[in-house]
Design a protein around this ligand. Structure first.
Ligand code: COA
Length: 389
């Protein structure tokens, strides 16, 4: 691994190191990728060289998934072929079908997804192969399956009878249809589709790194995605969007500023703020804020949006921190009628396109990822028999 600030040095058989490792691998370049790039100072994000501001609202999630997994924005014909693969991939395998109700009864959403992705791997016809064409097919199937897994999980735990995915509808429209049980309006689909575009890939974030570490052992794509789902689950990563909504729900709308100041003074972290890489506004938050406001106004009750704005002002004034992707995603999903505990699963629906693209990229030019560590424990300890300790 290359460290952008100071070099990481050799561990040298137990001799003390002169340089300290970057805690949390901050500023360490852990892989080369042609998939996405961030300019943290300017607040810019690119997918294969396309600025996220040009993609959001102009291309669909399916086009972005094709861009990431297959290397280019698709022609109409390529998009139709990819769409057909996605339609086919929405059919769940026999193992998943036979276990989903039991899993839904026993596991929280992200735990359940971790289990279901693993089960889906057992059903996958390409499970024995890491070859490029098999990986491309698996990537499409995983991308197609993830929203259906989330919707079917939700249906199983609530006992709802949900519609089958409609082959004429997009990923975004099908998901909203299956989650809410009603045909979504055009603008709702456009907004949710843009959310999926915005969350698709984000360089070496924790879950993508986990996927690449697993893939670099030449393990298979489903194993890598299980690692990624487990990593996304944590509140410092994908779990933050759910926590943002829980914070908003717990706050008194008239006491937002004071409550947030008290939390900050007590050293509490406010979910949805701060970022390891962005030193200015996260470009995804700019779109999500706008969409949250639009949906709030259309709903006739913009309380949560106004509370979010107030939180944003206080956190900036006190800590100079900006909202990240999770902050306004929370209210967007809320206004779209998505249950709060499915917010992180929704993140995985989109990020599946990026994770799988990273696995393809890792397998195409692989080397085991095995960093070094700095030993900080005792030295020269003498062994003592158990009865004398
Ligand atoms: N609320 C309050 N303070 C925050 C904060 C937040 N959301 N995020 C960072 N800080 C503060 C830390 O307390 C720390 O302050 P200190 O130097 O006085 O101790 C400083 O900013 C650096 O934070 P740190 O956690 O070391 O930064 P990081 O680069 O390791 O972490 C995040 C980045 C995203 C994990 C972090 O900002 C965070 O925990 N945010 C909340 C969770 C979240 O929204 N995650 C989704 C990320 S997309």
């Amino acid at each position: 691994m290359k460290q952008t600030s100071s070099s990481a040095g050799d561990s040298g058989g137990g001799t003390p190191r002169e340089d300290k490792p970057a805690k949390g691998l901050a500023d360490v370049v852990a892989a080369s990728t042609a998939l996405s790039d961030i300019d943290g100072r300017a607040g810019r994000l690119f997918y294969r060289g396309y600025d996220i501001h040009d993609l959001a609202g102009h291309v669909t999630f399916e086009e972005v998934a094709h861009l990431l997994q297959r290397g280019a924005l698709p022609t109409r014909e390529q998009l139709a072929d990819y769409g057909a693969e996605l339609t086919e991939g929405r059919t769940l395998g026999a193992l998943v079908e036979s276990h989903i109700s039991e899993i839904a009864a026993k596991q929280a959403p992200m735990e359940a997804l971790r289990t279901l992705v693993s089960l889906a791997g057992a059903d996958d016809p390409d499970k024995e192969s890491n070859a490029a064409d098999a990986n491309r097919r698996k990537a499409a199937r995983l991308t197609a399956q993830q929203p259906v897994l989330v919707a079917r999980y939700h249906a199983a735990r609530t006992g709802a009878d949900i519609p089958e995915p409609d082959p004429e509808l997009s990923t975004a429209a099908n998901f909203l249809l299956q989650i809410t049980g009603r045909r979504p309006e055009r603008r709702e689909v456009e907004i949710f589709d843009t959310c999926l575009v915005l969350h698709a890939d984000h360089t070496m974030n924790a879950s993508t790194f986990a996927a690449r570490v697993c893939a670099a052992t030449l393990s298979d794509m489903h194993s890598a995605i299980v690692a990624a789902v487990g990593t996304l689950k944590g509140p410092l990563h994908g779990g933050a969007n759910e926590q943002v909504m829980r914070t908003l729900e717990a706050l008194d709308p008239r006491g937002v500023a004071q409550a947030v100041r008290e939390k900050l003074a007590a050293g509490e972290k406010i979910m949805g703020f701060g970022h390891r890489v962005y030193k200015t506004e996260d470009p995804r938050a700019t779109h999500l804020r706008r969409m949250s406001q639009e949906l709030a106004e259309a709903s006739g009750d913009d309380t949560y949006f106004r509370m979010s704005r107030e939180m944003e002002e206080v956190v900036f004034a006190d800590k100079h921190l900006y909202p990240n992707v999770d902050f306004y995603a929370a209210t967007v999903y809320h206004y779209l009628g998505i249950p709060t505990d499915l917010f992180t699963p929704v993140f995985s629906v989109s990020r599946m396109s990026g994770w799988t693209a990273h696995v393809i990229e890792q397998h195409a030019d692989n080397r085991l990822i095995r960093p070094d560590s700095e030993y900080i424990g005792e030295r020269d300890q003498k062994w003592v028999p158990i009865d004398e300790r």
